[in-house]
Design a protein around this ligand. Sequence first.
Ligand code: ATP
Length: 240
Amino acid sequence: ATAAPVLELRDVHTYYGAIHALKGVSLRVGQGEIVTLIGANGAGKSTTLRSINGLNRPRQGTIAFHGKDITSASPHEIVKGGIAQSPEGRRLFPRMTVTENLEMGAFQRSDRENFKEDMERVFELFPRLHERRSQKAGTLSGGEQQMCAIGRALMARPKLLLLDEPSMGLAPIFVEKIFEIVVEINEQGTSVLLVEQNALMALDVAHRGYVMETGVIALEGSGVELKSNERVQKAYLGID
Ligand code: ATP
């Protein structure tokens, strides 16, 4: 038998009031995987992340993390359990420095032992943040804020990192860098669920992917399979 996946959603239905945003979503993230969720605006990608991190509780279905049911857990318990999300609308503390923002990421952790080591790891991943460590987060460029938000999520030592459009609004050079770092984070042992509009980049780095359409999973496959799928090419990769 294979080990329980890191994350498993089964038939998840999530609403905004009367709006039925997720209509039976099932997906899994295995140990050590980068899994991407692609799809058009409004397909339900962000809602899927909000269902996992406890911000919008499903009305039906289950979410399991390492085999444990977290469907009704609070956002706080979920972070404590090992799921961190970035950028969460890039909610940095603008008047705090980069270092202080990173420290806040470790706040919910029970072990403070490896704190220094983790800070160094974040600065190794993002040398730019090290240069700007004493600068107030509100004065960083868009790309640097994105890095700071990802760094802060990493400070929570997550077993699973949820990324909501990490490339959004970034210059191409930063986009490449962010994806390189996602791969590096994954190689260091963190499983990743990556929501992206930039389907080509996402499918390049992901082991597997799911295509969402209006609240359901329309297709799934390996990154390579989805990239060569005609429907994916037409709808999401601009190839016809
Ligand atoms: P985007 O890339 O634009 O964020 P998405 O795939 O992440 O798209 P969601 O944001 O999850 O899509 O939206 C899924 C559906 O839920 C859409 O029909 C959207 O209009 C609806 N929705 C999202 N947020 C709310 C909200 N706060 N109130 C009501 N409906 C919402």
